[in-house]
Design a protein around this ligand. Structure first.
Ligand code: SAH
Ligand code: SF4
Ligand code: F3S
Length: 451
């Protein structure tokens, strides 16, 4: 075991991924270094409780740490994120190595708490209170190599929508928009440190400002888009009910706004959408897709689907399938409905048998898989600009191959033929012609100078 070393395990959504990146930087700023699983003195589990036995997953991970480290009392296990918010101090009594529990808002104080706990070996700390305002965190801390070519910047915390199946508003708290100036400051810092792409993060990004009465999402987007050095801008996740006409217009006007939208549909049946409390209809959803396509014809869409919501009939499911074909999704995250404690949907009586849910899910995924393949093959021959992120994990003798993303967000492995630009390949934008489509990625060859 290395002293002053940490390992972070991340479950769940992009918000958690963004939080973990920040945590890693904050730990490094305090003199800790990253270590492989099993070799660190501090373990941080950033947890998710959105579906399926989330607590069990966390317990088994803590169990794994306990057995690998022989339950060493010098090893500190910190549990953060949505399960920690939900289960809280009960974690202490189950596992002696767990001495810090922190929730969505408590994370801002977690790095200092960790430093304290490494010095005061028998103390325990709990940071699970929600704050009234967005929990602003210390410095951007982007010194050194940790800034990826594509960076996440959070613009809000929590959610006010209370979709009937969802635990997020309970574990992340009410929506709290971050001050626009703080968002812009962090964006400037990541760009100064070498990032070329920014993804704005939130559980419901396009309701940004609704809680604070301040600047709205589209205005914020225009401000970020104008920052010097930014090559590409994305955001996740928007809600269809809040997708304003000016946001659709922004896709036509802002060339840095990437032509890819992840827009959760959840179901294509109006009856189920109503029971989910989503506050849009299938027709309204498809109308948004059509308008966005008109604003940006090359746009690709992806989505989230819940299969087997209580009371979903085969007919409802067929409506979901039909809507997916009409929306022409290039990808979807699809899940069987999982009952979450305390949510409104948990009170519904007509839950489907698991077998039926899984059977529908596999039909849906089979379609999506085949369809994504077709859509990727249709891109063969196109020239795209690829933002390089890392060396390709599949090297080929005699070739320099880097992996990155094209504007619609598809992974591309590019064979580089030109001279390496002064900034290095990482974070460079390379024009490349797509030569082949694989299962989940594209192959391409450089056809012009990197910028
Ligand atoms: N704020 C985003 C994402 C929320 S959680 C949104 O509104 O879309 C990410 C996804 O998990 C959801 O889009 C939904 O598809 C899925 N999900 C949430 N609760 C679920 C549940 N109880 N069972 C199954 N899937 C669920
Ligand atoms: Fe959950 Fe709905 Fe909020 Fe998304 S919008 S986080 S699904 S309550
Ligand atoms: Fe999971 Fe919490 Fe995100 S429940 S999906 S980690 S907001």
């Amino acid at each position: 075991m290395r002293d002053m070393s940490f390992h972070i395990t991340t479950f769940g959504c992009q918000m958690n991924a963004g939080d973990s990146e920040w945590l890693a930087r904050a730990m490094q700023a305090r003199g800790f270094s990253e270590a492989p699983f099993g070799q660190a003195s501090v373990y941080i589990l950033n947890t998710c409780s959105v579906r399926d036995k989330p607590e069990q997953k966390v317990y088994s991970e803590i169990g794994r740490i306990r057995s690998l480290t022989g339950n060493d009392p010098n090893v500190l296990v910190c549990v953060g994120g949505c399960v920690a918010q939900q289960v809280g101090n009960a974690l202490f009594s189950r596992f002696s190595q767990v001495r810090l529990v922190f929730g969505a808002d408590g994370i801002a104080q977690a790095p200092d708490a960790i430093v304290r706990l490494t010095r005061e070996r028998f103390r325990r700390l709990s940071l699970v209170d929600f704050s009234a305002e967005y929990p602003e965190r210390e410095g951007p801390l982007y010194a050194g190599t940790r800034v990826p070519a594509s960076a996440f910047v959070a613009i809000m915390q929590g959610c006010d929508n209370f979709c009937s199946y969802c635990i997020v508003p309970y574990v992340r708290g009410r929506q709290k928009s971050r001050r626009a100036e703080a968002v812009l400051e962090e964006c400037r810092a990541v760009l100064d440190a070498g990032a070329r792409e920014i993804t704005l993060l939130g559980q419901n990004v396009n309701s940004y400002g609704h809680d604070s009465g301040g600047m709205g999402f589209t205005d914020l987007l225009y401000k970020v888009a104008a920052l010097p050095g930014l090559a590409r801008l994305r955001f996740i996740t928007p809600h269809p009910k809040d997708l304003a006409p000016e946001l659709i217009r922004a896709f036509g006007e802002l060339s840095v706004l990437a032509p890819r939208l992840h827009l959760p549909l959840q179901s294509g049946s109006d009856r189920i959408l109503e029971r989910m409390g989503r506050r849009y209809t299938r027709a309204q959803y498809l109308d948004l897709v059509a308008k966005l396509r008109a604003a940006r014809p090359e746009m690709h869409f992806s989505t989230d689907i819940i299969v087997g919501f209580p009371g979903e009939t085969e007919e409802d499911f067929q409506e979901t399938m039909e809507t997916m074909r009409q929306a022409n999704f290039v990808g979807s995250f699809s899940f069987v409905y999982s009952q979450r404690p305390g949510t409104r949907a948990a009170l519904l009586q007509d839950e489907l048998p698991r077998k039926e849910k899984l059977e529908r899910l596999s039909r849906l995924q089979e379609w999506q898989y085949a369809h994504a393949g077709e859509m990727l093959r249709a891109l063969e021959g196109e020239t795209v600009e690829v933002l390089l992120e890392e060396l390709s994990p599949k090297p080929e003798a005699g070739l320099v191959i880097w992996q990155g993303k094209e504007p619609r967000g598809h992974t591309v492995n590019v064979t580089l033929t030109g001279p390496e630009p002064a900034r290095g390949w990482k974070g460079s934008l390379v024009p490349a012609q797509i030569t082949a489509a694989a299962m989940h990625s594209l192959r391409a060859e450089q056809v012009g100078e990197a910028r």
